[in-house]
Ligand binder design. Structure first.
Ligand SMILES: O=C(O)CCC(=O)C(=O)O
Length: 276
C-alpha cells in the first residue's frame, strides 16, 4: 500500500478482513529474547507477596525496560500501517501461563473492557516464550470483529483470568484458530476481535506481553479509568483528549496507580457506556 512502512497490502487487507495478523518476521532475535527474559525477571522481582504477574499492568509508565519494548520502531511500524500516522500507546500487561496451569482466558472482545471511544485500537501480542497449541496459544475467531461489540456476561465460577465473557451463540466458535508464535515474534489483533485461550497442560511456560495502541481521536472516559495515560508514538495529537505521561527513567519500577477497566468498574460502567 502506498506509504506503508512494513506490511504488504495483502497483510493489511488480511487484518481488515480477518481482524488479526501473524506470521511476521521476528522483532527480537534469540539473543534479544534472553534479554527479554532477564527483564521479565527484573519486573517479577518487584511483586509483593501474594501478587501475581497480572499486577504488572501499565508498568511501561514506571519501567523503562517495558517502555522501550512498547516503543520498538519495528512494532510501531506495524501499528502505523494499520492505525495510520497518529497514534498513542496506553496499555501493557502480561498474560503468563506457568507450566501445568489450569487458568484460561475466556472469549472476549478487548473493546468491551475499555472505556474508550471510538473503537479504533489494536493489540500487539509479543511472545516472550514460544506460544504453541500445547502450551495454550491465544485463539481467535477470524472476522468476528466485523459484527461490532457483542453482549458480554459476568462469569463467577470460571478458570478464566477474566470475568467478562462474550455470550455464546453470537460468534462462530467452531471457526477459531490458534495464533502460534516463536519467542520474539508478535501477532496483532483488532480491539473487537473475539479471542481467548485454553489452559496450559504442558511443561513449557507461555508468557506474552500485550501492548495497546489507539488512534489519537480515541478518548478515554476518565470517570471510569481516572489514571488513563497516553504516550504519543507517531504523528501528532491534534485532539488532546487524554492525559499525557512522563517517560520513565528507572529500568524497573512498580506503578502504584491502579488502572481501572470496565470489568473492574462494574455494571455501573457498562450502563454508562451503553453496553447493558
Ligand atoms: O494471552 C492470551 O491468552 C489472551 C490475550 C488477551 O486476551 C488480550 O490480548 O486481550
Amino acid at each position: 500500500m502506498a506509504g506503508s512502512r512494513r506490511l504488504s497490502e495483502h497483510q493489511q487487507q488480511h487484518f481488515v478482513r480477518e481482524g488479526y495478523l501473524h506470521g511476521l518476521p521476528a522483532v527480537y532475535s534469540p539473543a534479544e529474547v534472553r534479554d527479554l527474559h532477564a527483564g521479565l525477571q527484573g519486573l517479577l522481582a518487584l511483586l509483593k507477596p501474594g501478587e501475581t504477574s497480572k499486577e504488572i499492568r501499565e508498568w511501561h509508565e514506571s519501567s523503562r525496560f517495558l517502555y522501550d519494548i512498547c516503543m520498538h520502531p519495528v512494532i510501531l511500524d506495524y501499528v502505523e500501517d494499520l492505525l495510520g500516522p497518529d497514534f498513542y500507546l496506553w496499555g501493557s500487561n502480561f498474560f503468563i501461563k506457568e507450566p501445568r496451569s489450569l487458568s484460561t482466558v475466556g472469549w472476549h472482545q478487548d473493546a468491551y473492557y475499555w472505556p474508550l471511544d471510538p473503537h479504533e485500537s489494536l493489540t500487539i501480542w509479543l511472545a516472550f516464550d514460544d506460544s504453541t497449541v500445547e502450551n495454550g496459544a491465544m485463539t481467535v475467531v477470524p472476522g468476528s470483529h466485523r459484527a461490532g461489540l457483542l453482549k458480554h456476561i459476568r462469569v463467577r465460577e470460571t478458570d478464566s483470568v477474566l470475568m467478562l465473557e462474550c455470550e455464546r451463540g453470537q460468534f462462530a466458535e467452531d471457526t477459531a484458530v490458534p495464533v502460534t508464535l516463536k519467542a520474539g515474534e508478535v501477532s496483532i489483533h483488532d480491539d473487537k476481535l473475539v479471542h481467548g485461550s485454553p489452559a496450559n497442560p504442558s511443561a513449557m511456560r507461555r508468557a506474552g506481553l500485550t501492548i495497546r495502541y489507539s488512534r489519537t481521536n480515541v478518548k478515554c472516559d476518565l470517570s471510569i479509568n481516572p489514571h488513563f495515560t497516553t504516550y504519543l508514538c507517531r504523528g501528532t495529537d491534534t485532539f488532546r483528549y487524554n492525559p499525557v505521561g512522563v517517560v520513565p527513567t528507572q529500568r524497573f519500577g512498580r506503578l502504584e496507580r491502579q488502572h481501572v477497566s470496565v470489568e473492574e468498574a462494574g455494571t455501573g460502567a457498562e450502563k454508562k457506556l451503553g453496553r447493558v
